[in-house]
Design a protein. Sequence first.
Length: 213
Amino acid sequence: MAIRPLNSIVVANYNTAASASWLSGVVLVRDSATAGNVTLPNGANRANVNFGVVGFSADDTARSGNTMILADPVGANFTDASGNFVANNTGYYVVSKRAVADFLAENVNNVTNPTAGTTGFEGPRRGVGVYSTPSGQFITDMFVVGSGSSASAANADGGTATYLPGALLTVSAAGSGASQGKMVELVNTAWGPVVAVVDRYDSAAGLLYFTAK
């Protein structure tokens, strides 16, 4: 999956475990078990846990399912059923991205810092790029389509999400699986941290435009 920055100043570098696996665009948090590392959030505890959100992953560490968001310079202008002209000449669209194994996470069985000694504290780890600047504007396909935070529980997804401009976004309640780390619309601010605000939802392209908090 993918994320495309429209307005972002900093791509920070954070350590992560070599065995970590996720796609660009997911929300990343501090790993409470390993000082300094980042990881996917356990959304099942989103209402009760301070996630320590650091930003959105700029890199893929998974080998499959990668996509990229490209600008469409030609567009697909059309006339809708009411006779209105719709211009899509400056839109964006999602395509599959080829993963090059040389640039993805590999298993590291020894320390990466000679001064770390035999404890291996410095490894196995590798870096991952993170868009960490508040107020940065992005486009992503890493959100749960049509599903927001549940209207009955703080630890569940399933409520209808419209993703209208100004809607608040939080982390999916998934503790594992394909939705882990993705964003959903936040119905009640007591049910989780606000990680972003919707700018626009392009349902035809399956893309969400948002501003990071």
